[in-house]
Design a protein around this ligand. Structure first.
Ligand code: SAM
Length: 191
């Protein structure tokens, strides 16, 4: 039982690209109500319930309050883009680096397309900058965007730090929506 149908988007993306593994450290931005969090804590074994597997660590952040999810550290309400928020996440990681940074963040739609597009790009850049600080070599980055606007520029910037960058649209993301995801893999720490 997932808190939102958005769970299936992460399930489909990870079933295909297989980046979530037991024992992984994951930072998730824009997590409320928590469907991705539910998928993720299971796949990385963040509860430690599967004793034969490594135990992962999941930190979830959202502007909106969230109900607890076993295995996840939830920081909500918290604005991810504030540097103090990022400092808190880093403290919780306690020196560990992340295997994956995920963002399903989206601004509250204003209805003005260019403005919304600028805002989601700003969120994406903030995720990229933070991911560069806390990701381990080989890490994955998954960011939700809306098609159009200056996405190519962001993709190019991501490609400077990750050896593979793809645009993905999972089947459960409505065909008529502009939603898409950038999936970047194999972070190169010292570039
Ligand atoms: N992936 C979630 C799930 O499966 O339940 C759904 C996420 S929803 C599409 C987008 C979320 O991004 C909203 O809950 C919103 O509050 C959050 N968000 C937007 N701006 C944010 C910010 N600056 N910091 C943290 N969260 C933010």
């Amino acid at each position: 039982n997932y808190r939102a149908r958005s769970a299936f988007k992460l399930i489909e993306i990870d079933d295909k690209h297989k980046f979530l593994k037991p024992g992984d450290v994951v930072v998730e931005c824009g997590a409320a109500p928590g469907a991705w969090t539910q998928v993720c804590v299971k796949r990385i074994n963040a509860t430690g319930k599967v004793s034969s597997q490594l135990k992962g660590k999941h930190v979830a952040v959202d502007l909106q309050p969230m109900y607890p999810i076993e295995g996840a550290v939830i920081l909500a309400p918290l604005d991810f883009t504030k540097s103090l928020s990022q400092t808190r996440i880093t403290e919780i990681l306690g020196g560990q680096l992340a295997n994956a940074v995920l963002s399903d963040m989206a601004p509250a739609a204003s209805g003005i397309r260019d403005l919304d597009q600028d805002r989601i790009l700003e969120l994406a850049y903030s995720v990229l900058r933070y991911a560069q600080q806390i990701s381990m070599d080989g890490a994955t980055l998954l960011i939700k965007l809306w098609a159009g606007g200056r996405i190519k520029q962001l993709e190019n910037e991501i490609a400077l730090h990750y050896s593979q960058v793809k645009v993905v649209k999972p089947p459960s993301s409505r065909q008529d929506s502009a939603e898409m995801f950038i999936l970047a893999s194999n972070f190169k720490k010292n570039t």
